[in-house]
Design a protein around this ligand. Structure first.
Ligand code: IFM
Length: 446
């Protein structure tokens, strides 16, 4: 099982960055040494997490980080993308929690010592619960608190960080958390979802300014997730529904960043469902980015519903991942080229791409051939976008290791490294070996 790059592949360029990614709440554990966050609260509510699990221990990375860094280094990656738990580094009174900060400083130093670039995400969904109790992302003030957190952290990290992303997938923190109600804090209210989206984007803009000032050497940007929206049929209604879904789920986040305004669909929302936008906000949001992170997993199919809105049509036929997501690599080329046509983009990194599969450890091995094929196909999709003229500077596999997959708990395994949650033993899957060999072989053109 191999992942191979063509001799002429643009991914063989020496400055193309290959990496693996994780997020704090999904791997760290060590809940006793940080403040509780909204996901701790959510996990404690019966029925929220499919397997009833939580993030209290997760992969115990907080205690095993040193071995995990060795693992990352052994994969031969150029970069490691991870997130900072806000509630591990900042106390309730806004002061720095030095022990928490030291954890990340050690990690950053260990990465630097091994020549691995650190891609740091400041917010990957784990809002401290005390801030939620004050109103969370519904309150404008949280955006300012986020900028303050970004300020303290970026000063402390100095020049150790290669790249900062302010937010990971604000779509999830807004839509899944406040409209679909399937992520913490589990609310179902459209106006709140739109307001949270706006405050998250504002938080991004405020923090970006701080990062550009404190860490001008770093590439500072944001990570968004995209799923091409396809109509279920050629009917005018379905085509329109798919376009609305694209505006609502994809362009809602990208257009404000690129052009300083929301998609037209905003005007179609009843006034009571529109977010409050203060004068000057859009200019703060639309500051130039050093990079845009693109996360891609699958496409989504939509049909018109009887409320004049759109409904998704879940895929039923293979190939599907263990999440039930259609394997659709051409969708990655499609979203990339589509956004490249619409906007004047900064350099792009594919900051997440991967698949959950029903992996099993058999005689000490995990033969995840479907995941290997998934990576092969998606790397080719990236190549095609570059060949079509787009600038893409790197690719990160999601995820380094199996971890807490949010509302799905630990049942869904996205890792290229298998985690036995009883022993915390890590085992390279065939996909990790294939990626490692691909990284190692990429400089030998021909
Ligand atoms: O595990 C998540 C990650 O935290 C954010 N992007 C999608 C992944 C898979 O669902």
């Amino acid at each position: 099982m191999k992942i191979s790059l063509a001799a002429t592949s643009p991914l063989r360029q020496p400055d193309f960055v290959f990496g693996v990614a994780t997020a704090a709440f999904q791997i760290e554990g060590g809940a006793d040494s940080r403040l509780p966050c909204i996901w701790d609260t959510f996990c404690a509510e019966p029925g929220r997490i499919k397997d009833g699990s939580d993030g209290l221990t997760a992969c115990d990375h907080i205690h095993r980080w040193h071995d995990d860094i060795e693992l990352i280094a052994a994969l031969g990656v150029d970069a490691y993308r991870f997130s900072i738990a806000w509630g591990r580094v900042i106390n309730v009174d806004g002061s720095i929690n030095q022990a928490g900060l030291d954890f990340y400083l050690q990690l950053l130093d260990a990465l630097q010592a091994r020549g691995i670039k650190a891609f740091v995400t400041l917010y990957h969904w784990d809002l401290p619960q005390y801030l939620q109790d004050l109103g969370g992302w519904l309150k404008r003030d949280t955006a300012y608190k986020f900028a303050d957190y970004a300020d303290k952290v970026s000063r402390a990290f100095g020049d150790r960080v290669y790249s900062y992303a302010t937010l990971n997938e604000p779509f999830c923190s807004a839509y899944l958390s406040y409209e679909a109600g399937i992520h913490a804090p589990g609310v179902q209210n459209r106006q709140q979802g739109r307001q949270v989206a706006h405050h998250l984007l504002l938080a991004h803009g405020l923090a970006l300014k701080v990062l550009q000032h404190n860490a001008p050497q770093a590439k500072n940007g944001i990570v968004l997730n995209f799923s091409p929206c396809h109509p279920a049929s050629k009917s005018e209604a379905d085509v329109r529904a798919a376009d609305m879904a694209d505006q609502y789920h994809n362009q809602w986040y990208l257009k404000p960043l690129m052009q300083g305004c929301y998609p037209k669909l905003l005007e179609q929302l009843p006034l009571a469902e529109q977010p409050d936008i203060a004068a000057g906000d859009m200019a703060i949001i639309a500051q130039p980015l050093d990079f845009l992170g693109v996360n891609y997993y699958t496409r989504t199919v939509y049909r018109a519903n009887n409320k004049g809105w759109f409904s998704d049509v879940p895929p039923t036929s293979p190939p599907l991942t263990d999440m039930g997501w259609e394997i659709y690599p051409q969708g990655l080329t499609e979203v990339l080229l589509d956004m490249n046509t619409r906007y004047s983009l900064p350099p792009v990194y594919i900051t997440e791409n991967g698949a959950a599969m029903p992996d099993a450890l058999q005689q000490g091995k995990i033969e995840d051939s479907e995941r290997v094929a998934y990576f092969q196909q998606h790397l080719q999709a990236v190549e095609q976008a570059i060949d079509a003229g787009m600038r893409i500077d790197g690719y990160f596999a999601w995820s380094l290791m199996d971890n807490f997959e949010w509302a799905e708990g630990y049942a869904k395994r996205f890792g290229i490294v298998y985690v036995d949650y009883t022993t915390q033993q890590r085992t390279l899957k065939a996909s990790a070996i294939a990626l490692r060999d691909c990284f190692a072989g990429r400089t030998h053109v021909g």
